[in-house]
Design a protein around this ligand. Structure first.
Ligand code: SF4
Ligand code: SF4
Length: 379
């Protein structure tokens, strides 16, 4: 029997296999898609930490794909979107069906199972733009051809599709919101691979069991951020703990971006799993594409991002990203936009980072007299 649960991202109740059991703190990430350079350092940091073993060669718990043509596994999102049919919104309320509301499919969770080959091209479509670029074509503004990098890990969903689909009850959600697969209980039926709409539960032939991102829980338990976050070259990521949607705290940087500013949005909220990776949408792609990926709030988020300097707290958090290994549980800003700081604190109130709201621009002399060298880059 299904239960009625509340999904704040859809602004409505929906069907789910288990009753609502929302943790008081939820592991959550912010990804600023605009700052990503697709260097894949996050991908390699994760792989070196967790999936360098036998039979894990195809397994990328973290991947970065180029939209619109990048997919890992192949066609992961478009295949499900097509199965779901029309996904309609009435304002910010979702009026279409989630993956848990398709009884006609005969399944508890509407899903599909990737083939072995679907996992073998994680970089397909990388750096390909949305339409062919003709020889001699120059870029006009706004850009006609476009692309955007999408960073992907398990979303440690509030209503995980993987968990609902598992017939062995091998998947569980901890009281810090992290979703794990019990390797002793798993029998490799692969129902979670089928039921996860983000395809972030992956089968390992070598052990005959499924595995997924574990949110670097040994680090998280020590108050530290995940490997993909601390190694990010572009400083686009922040890991921390989100408060329940109805009790957000303004001094929590994740709550501030997700619930107060509404600038960081879930990926494909219409799936219904209430994912907990929150994206600042790319500002260079068509509105309709952003809406499909991040829901109806994406247009406002883009406009707000372009004027981020109007809000010291917002710009402060953007500058705080990637500034410390520890989790910034709280933050505050001091001073004005030109010479102020954003300060991050641990759970115990210890200062972990102090970053300027505006990075100083230093112009150096083209000719360095002391070393007698000419510089190509002077700023
Ligand atoms: S993203 Fe997939 S694997 Fe991760 S918790 Fe959600 S449904 Fe499960
Ligand atoms: S390390 Fe950061 S900048 Fe590089 S690909 Fe990953 S998310 Fe993007």
């Amino acid at each position: 029997m299904n239960h009625k649960v509340y999904n704040w991202q859809l602004k409505r109740h929906m069907e789910y296999k288990y009753p609502e059991a929302r943790p008081q703190k939820q592991a959550a990430w912010i990804f600023d898609t605009n700052k990503c350079i697709a260097c894949q350092t996050c991908t390699m940091a994760c792989k070196n930490a967790w999936t360098s073993g036998k039979g894990q060669e195809h397994m990328w718990w973290n991947n970065v794909e180029t939209k619109p043509w990048g997919f890992y596994p192949l066609g992961w999102d478009v295949r499900l979107l097509e199965m779901m049919g029309t996904q309609s919104w009435d304002g910010d309320k979702y009026t279409g069906k989630t993956i848990f509301e398709h009884p006609e499919s005969g399944e508890e969770v509407l899903g599909w199972a990737p083939e072995v080959e679907d996992w073998l091209s994680p970089n397909i479509g990388e750096d390909e733009v949305s339409e062919p670029v003709q020889q001699g074509q120059y870029i006009k503004m706004p850009h006609q051809p476009w692309m955007a990098y999408l960073q992907r890990i398990c979303n440690h969903c509030t209503y995980p599709g993987c968990l609902a689909a598992c017939t062995r009850k091998s998947i569980y959600k901890r009281d810090d919101g992290i979703v794990l697969i019990d390797q002793d209980r798993c029998r490799g039926y692969q129902e979670c691979n089928r039921g996860c709409p983000y395809k972030k539960s992956i089968f390992r032939q070598f052990t005959g069991k499924s595995e997924k991102c574990i949110s670097c829980y040994p680090a998280a338990e020590q108050g530290n951020q995940t490997q993909c976050t601390v190694n990010c070259i572009g400083r686009i990521r922040m890991f921390g703990f989100k408060s329940p949607w109805d009790k957000p705290r303004e001094d929590n940087p994740i709550d501030y971006l997700v619930h107060f500013k509404k600038i960081a949005l879930p990926l494909y909220p219409q799936f219904g799993t209430e994912p907990n990776v929150y994206y600042i949408p790319p500002i260079n792609v068509p509105d309709g594409f952003n809406k499909q990926l991040f829901g109806p709030g994406s247009k406002n988020a883009v406009e707000m991002y372009k004027k981020a300097y109007e809000d010291k707290k917002l710009i402060g958090i953007l500058m705080l990203m990637g500034a410390a290994e520890q989790i910034p549980f709280t933050f505050k800003v001091e001073g004005d936009i030109n010479n102020g700081y954003c300060i991050g604190y641990t759970e115990n109130g210890q200062e972990i980072a102090r970053v300027p709201l505006k990075e100083p621009i230093i112009i150096r002399k083209e000719h360095d007299q002391e070393r007698d060298v000419h510089r190509i880059s002077i700023s």
